[in-house]
Design a protein. Structure first.
Length: 150
């Protein structure tokens, strides 16, 4: 069971890459989202499942790996899913979501850093959830005001 949580938390081993693993996990998610273009139900279901698995596995691997270890990249997957949720999956939109999400995730402005203080899997996941929400909000506004990201 412990190995299952490590596999989930590292997103099938991507987290073992080391430096840049979060970016690779976000890029992997963005590419899968673009290629498979899930419908609205699929998007919501996938996002919720990734969030639940991330919190659960984040709690389990913390004892072995420590608080928010760099091998844990399921949070970047969740953040990218939220970034892309309910948006058109055009190449420019997906690329914009990737760039904005990584900016928010790395720089951690606007209360994002505070989320890391939460215990266990919650702290691991919620900073990326908030980065994804900020990204999605910006992109939704661009779509609403009909700025072309096709």
């Amino acid at each position: 069971m412990k190995q299952l949580h490590k596999t989930i938390a590292s997103t099938l081993g991507i987290g073992y890459i080391g430096k840049g693993g979060g970016t690779v996990a976000a890029l992997f998610t963005a590419l899968c989202w673009y290629i498979f273009q899930p419908n609205i139900v699929g998007q919501c279901t996938l996002t919720i499942v990734v969030l639940i698995l991330g919190i659960w596995s984040g709690n389990k691997v913390e004892a072995d790996w420590g608080k928010d270890d760099k091998k844990v990249v399921i949070d970047e997957v969740a953040g990218m899913c939220i970034s892309l949720l309910l948006l058109p999956a055009t190449p420019m939109m997906v690329l914009s979501a990737l760039i904005l999400f990584r900016y928010f995730d790395i720089s951690k402005p606007l209360f994002i850093r505070r989320m890391e203080r939460l215990p266990g899997g919650w702290g691991v996941m919620l900073d990326d959830v908030l980065a994804g929400l900020y990204t999605n909000l910006i992109l939704q506004l661009l779509v609403y005001f009909k700025l072309d990201l096709s």
